[in-house]
Design a protein around this ligand. Structure first.
Ligand SMILES: Cc1cc2nc3c(=O)[nH]c(=O)nc-3n(C[C@H](O)[C@H](O)[C@H](O)COP(=O)(O)O)c2cc1C
Length: 224
């Protein structure tokens, strides 16, 4: 069976990380369909290491409030180490997308409090009505995380196909001990990231920019 490659490209080009959601809930059947599609990604030995705790309704609000309380007093602690640094081209790309966001929301250069407030929006889940916490078994190590990364991407694309906006968030994984406690995620699983999702607020300033991608010659090293 073949699928029109243009459709996939259109879907991938239309997805973006949403940082301003409407309050409307996504129906349970739609969420199930997104997960059912995302689980089709390949994984080493077909281990399918990903699991998700998904909040809805009042439970999302309860979680959001508890998370914000935690962030006020807890120190950063993640199951997976965060990157040590971003240098060279990675630093450039990180800065470019950071400034695109700050420009969109009106944070000017040197406005440290403004950028801090925008960063803290992560812990409001950008007002999303749902949040998925993604975990993978410790024993599968980096490859479990790699497989789960594929699942996260597929989740965002399946959601986009259903008209549901998403944002993957490593920011929440910086409070992994709290997430283990809050969601009863056992210690033999790594908390990898969150995916906040719902319907995009198309007028939200944070949704008014799109990120660029490197040219193919920066990605492919042709041999032959
Ligand atoms: C694993 C992962 C973690 C991310 N963590 C965050 C985050 O904590 N906060 C945030 O605002 N964006 C986060 N993002 C979104 C990226 O900034 C975004 O994907 C990137 O800038 C490309 O933009 P696009 O998704 O709009 O195409 C994350 C993305 C991924 C894949």
């Amino acid at each position: 069976m073949t699928v029109d490659p243009g459709s996939l490209d259109t879907l991938m080009a239309s997805r973006y990380s949403c940082r301003g959601f409407l309050p409307d809930a996504v129906p349970r059947e739609t969420i199930e369909q997104i997960v059912a599609t995302a689980r089709r990604v390949p994984s080493w030995c077909n281990a399918q290491p990903w699991q998700v705790a998904i909040t809805s309704g009042e439970e999302t609000n309860r979680f959001r409030e508890a998370l914000k309380q935690e962030v006020m007093q807890a120190k950063h602690s993640s199951d997976l180490p965060f990157p040590d640094s971003y240098s060279g081209v990675y630093q450039d790309r990180r800065r470019t997308c950071g400034w695109a966001l700050y420009d969109a929301v009106g944070v000017t250069k040197g406005d440290r409090e403004g950028s801090r407030q925008q960063m803290l929006r992560n812990f409001d889940l950008f007002d999303a009505p749902h949040c998925a916490i993604v975990s993978s078994p410790v024993e599968l190590g980096a490859y479990g995380a790699l497989d789960s990364g594929g699942f996260v991407t597929a989740f965002t694309l399946a959601a986009q196909a259903a008209g549901v906006a998403t944002i993957a968030q490593a920011a929440l994984a910086g409070y992994s001990p709290f997430l283990h406690r809050y969601f009863d995620i056992p210690e033999d699983r790594l908390v990898l990231c969150a995916i906040s999702f719902g319907y995009a607020d198309p007028d939200h300033p944070a949704n008014q920019f799109r990120t660029e991608r490197a040219d193919l010659d920066q990605i492919i090293d042709w041999r032959g």
